[in-house]
Design a binder for this molecule. Structure first.
Ligand SMILES: Nc1ncnc2c1ncn2[C@@H]1O[C@H](COP(=O)(O)OP(=O)(O)OP(=O)(O)O)[C@@H](O)[C@H]1O
Ligand SMILES: [Mg+2]
Length: 327
């Protein structure tokens, strides 16, 4: 059933005074055809989790334990050749700034075409015969059609700076689809877009998930947005998932004090007079974390044990898990 299973993933940075643990035992599962949402404040490790799954860690970061099982094989044990068959093919990723992920020097047709040629596994893809090039371009046009790009024939010959943010994100999604992925990782794909364009991209991803039978790991700090696309949501705090469950339970019966506070930060359309809340305090520095619960310093529900021992995940519903001592 599960396509991706991350088990006790630990990633640390090499700091001047020793190691700084950033991912401190992340556990998550994405089942076939499912959308898992991942939420949490800035700096809690959402992007690092996504990059780990592609084994693309930033400089000075290293894997410090755990497993990333994709179709039951541990990505962390694969060599470069094995990874090449997975990255950009079985697992694709789209990012927050679509403009920045596209190469300004090449047309959209050429960039998506390159992704298709890679899939065809042609070592001399740049020098494909003209007839094959034409086939590739018609495939690019088909993909642009699938992502509902306006005027796809024209876009083929355009450069990234000639596209709006929404069009650039559609181009990125088309590029991701070129490999026919079974898992799409979407890291804040609508954050740089206006609300209407963002909603259209979400609707498109929902549609593509169904037609391509794709699984999606959808990352966003916006719980309201996540609830539109995900059946299950994981809440991350300082490098760990602290609550995970079906979307309606997370929204309506949140158990972790952090999840409750995150939800209070959402604007309520029916209570426009209510001032927006924010979570008191700030996310502690990972290097300064003590032994207890990482959220204890900001938690309104903390009890004595919270300062001493990090809580384990406990079952509070059929598929609902929470890491909190005070339940
Ligand atoms: N080069 C680096 N050296 C040390 N720490 C780093 C480095 N890059 C990232 N980090 C730390 O890794 C942590 C996780 O960062 P990450 O980008 O995964 O957060 P995020 O949840 O995606 O945040 P955002 O919502 O802002 O995108 C942060 O605490 C950040 O400070
Ligand atoms: Mg991020």
């Amino acid at each position: 059933m599960s396509l991706l299973e991350v088990r006790d993933l630990r990633v640390s940075f090499a700091g001047e005074n020793g190691k700084i643990p950033i991912l401190r035992g992340v556990n998550l599962k994405v089942n076939k055809g499912e959308v898992l949402g991942l939420a949490g404040e800035s700096g809690c490790g959402k992007s690092l989790t996504a990059l780990s799954i592609l084994k693309l860690l930033p400089e000075k970061a290293y894997f410090d334990g755990g497993e990333i099982l994709f179709e039951d094989e541990n990505l962390l044990e694969m060599d470069a050749n094995q990874l090449m068959k997975i990255r950009g093919r079985k697992i694709a990723m789209i990012f927050q700034e679509p403009g920045a992920s596209l190469d300004p020097l090449f047309t959209i047709g050429n960039q998506i075409g390159e992704a298709i040629e890679k899939k065809l596994n042609d070592p001399c893809s740049v020098w494909l015969p003209r007839s094959s090039k034409l086939k590739v371009m018609s495939e690019v046009e088909r993909l642009l059609g699938l992502v509902k790009m306006p005027k796809p024939k024209k876009v083929l010959h355009q450069y990234p700076h000639q596209l709006s943010g929404g069009m650039a994100q559609r181009a990125m999604i088309a590029m991701a689809l070129a490999g026919n992925p079974s898992l799409l990782i979407a890291d804040e794909p609508t954050t740089s877009l206006d609300v209407t364009t963002g909603s259209k991209i979400i609707a498109l991803l929902k549609e593509l998930r169904e037609s391509f039978k794709m699984s999606i790991l959808f990352i966003s700090h916006n719980l309201a947005l996540l609830s539109q696309i995900s059946k299950r949501i994981g809440i991350m705090y300082l490098g760990r998932i602290v609550e995970e469950g079906p979307t309606d339970e997370i929204l309506n019966q949140p158990c972790h004090p952090y999840t409750r506070l995150l939800l209070l930060c959402l604007p309520d359309p029916e209570r426009r007079d209510r001032p927006l809340s924010s979570i008191p305090g700030s996310v502690p520095e990972p290097a300064a974390l003590g032994a207890g619960c990482a959220f204890a310093s900001r938690c309104p529900k903390k009890i004595e044990i919270c300062r001493i021992k990090e809580p384990e995940m406990k079952k509070v519903g059929e598929n609902h898990l929470v890491a909190c001592h005070n339940l």
